[in-house]
Ligand binder design. Sequence first.
Ligand code: UDP
Ligand code: MG
Length: 330
Amino acid sequence: MIYSEHSTFHSPTPTKVNDPRPELSFVIPALNEVDNIAQTLDDVSAEAKRLNKSFEIVVVDDGSSDGTYERVTELSDLYPIVALRLSRNFGKEQAMFAGLSRSCGRAVVILDADLQEPISTLEDMLERYDSGYEVVYAVRAHRNDENGFKRFLTAGFYRLLTWGSECPIPPDARDYRIMDRRVVDALLSLPERNKFMKGLFSWVGFRSCAVPIELRPRQSGDSKFGLHKLFKLALTGLTAFTDWPLRIWTVVGFAMAGLSMLLSFWIILKTLIWGVDVPGFATITTAIFFLGGLQLMSIGVIGEYLSRVFSEVKQRPGFIIAEEHGSGAD
Ligand code: UDP
Ligand code: MG
């Protein structure tokens, strides 16, 4: 939805007198961010204080091996922190979900731990939230910092993802966003384990508005999303939000059957007119390999979906909290 200055919505968070909940919960997933986390906590806290908001900061350590959790607990006297340590690396999607489930603010802000998303945009986002949007999410103003190959893959992925989909998933949306408590509760009520948060954010709906942001370079460390991890996430997204890869094989099957029927008519006709011919060996071999490949491909696609169904059926929790520190109070 496009933001309008003349929005007539009512504020989604009616503030009750003596409501003990903080106005904002910041949820920060962190994997090996020991060199960034102190600065992030300081920036977040300073900005929340400047904006005169009561707040808590939920930091989710997603299986770090560099002492991120210990660093956060050391700082828990300075800020209203809830620190969660997951028992291993469950991935950013699950870490965000763990943070959301532990947050109690009237609105929740999800933020990366690496300071790439300028916290200075929070004021603008809050203004829009106060004007009645239940979700205000950041979108990348551009992808100039990425190479052409990654941009090509990303564009292709979003095209596949939104093809025939019931809810459009904005291509350049970040996880950085403000969500009203109602949106967070809706997300938490979704029981699926294979989580593709960008899809789920769109699926739950609510009045949403995008704010363009300029990403800064990482302060320290490297991106945790290599090509392999992005590919896995893309497969999770595709299997969770599309069914056309399953259905397309019906169309392909009909098309192949139709074509082979035409071919058989042609062969009959050819035999009747020109007599029996020794059939082309190469044609048969190519056809066998082509059809074999097609069948394996379709079985592979079914396998991808089936493996997700399998993991849902097992009903294992998406994450395990090994340790918790702090109550989020000052
Ligand atoms: N992250 C996480 N678990 C993971 C991978 C990443 O909690 O398995 C966190 C990471 O610490 C950071 C955020 O998710 O706070 C975004 O990760 P990153 O900056 O590596 O992604 P990019 O900005 O390159 O997309
Ligand atoms: Mg980053």
